[in-house]
Design a protein around this ligand. Structure first.
Ligand code: C5P
Length: 227
């Protein structure tokens, strides 16, 4: 069995990370959630007052990029790696609706993308990795042996994200979550640098009506064909 690179891209809340975690566990691969990295940069920008509902000081963020250190640490209890921003575990903070509301603006900045893409490519240098995001199959690993592009209706995705936030005690309305999902999809698909597009050689999976198990089984067949 050879070690390969698996790229999973797609719209917000399509269950990319659930699938990626299942695959990584099954194959004994590393899993990297690149959205967590963009979210951590958004959190840093919020904490330092570079971004708010009224303004975005892009220049100061770009100048501060050398002060942002990101790393993942595997949590054996949870079974996946958690995100650390300047050595502080921010796994919880980066999942709030506030961070979701700013992250796509941060992800439009080319200098931010360049820094994170470099780190992502370094993490995948030895293959044996499942990485999910928006530009993994197109920009980060254009040579990935398996590329999956996930979709589902906006309503299905918003409902899933809403349920997840509710279960964490986040007091947010379904309408707010739906608006956020739609806005992020729009910004992510229309930005100049590395927009969310389906790679020519990606396999599209619409999981609106698939259970996790059905989806996992379908993807395992694809993996078997490549490995
Ligand atoms: O995957 P998640 O929904 O957590 O990603 C949060 C945001 O980070 C996305 O909406 C997108 O703006 C940005 N992102 C990106 N490129 C990636 C991963 C995430 O632009 N590879």
């Amino acid at each position: 069995m050879k070690n390969i690179t698996i790229a999973i891209d797609g719209f917000s809340s399509t269950g990319k990370s659930t699938l990626a975690k299942q695959l990584a566990k099954h194959l004994g691969y590393i899993y990297v959630d690149t959205g967590a990295m963009y979210r951590a940069v958004a959190l840093f920008s919020m904490q330092n007052g570079y971004i708010s509902a009224e303004y975005f000081d892009k220049e100061t963020l770009v100048n501060s990029l050398p002060n942002i250190k990101l790393h993942f640490e595997f949590n054996a209890e949870l079974g996946f790696a958690e995100m650390f921003l300047n050595n502080v575990n921010v796994e919880k903070e980066i999942r709030t609706i506030e961070v979701s509301n700013f992250v796509s603006k941060i992800a439009e900045v080319s200098q931010v993308r360049a820094k994170l893409v470099e780190q992502q490519q370094e993490m995948g240098r030895n293959k044996g990795i499942v990485m999910d995001g928006r530009d993994i199959g197109t920009v980060v690993f254009p040579d990935a042996e398996l590329k999956i592009f996930m979709t589902a209706s906006a309503e299905t995705r918003a409902q899933r994200r809403f349920d997840e936030l509710q279960s964490k005690g986040d007091n947010v309305s379904y309408e707010e979550v739906l608006k956020n999902v739609q806005e992020r999809d729009y910004i992510d698909s229309h930005r100049d640098d590395s927009p969310l597009v389906i790679a020519d050689d990606a396999i599209e999976i619409d999981n609106s009506y698939l259970t996790r198990e059905e989806q996992f089984a379908a993807v395992l067949e694809l993996v078997d064909e490549v490995i």
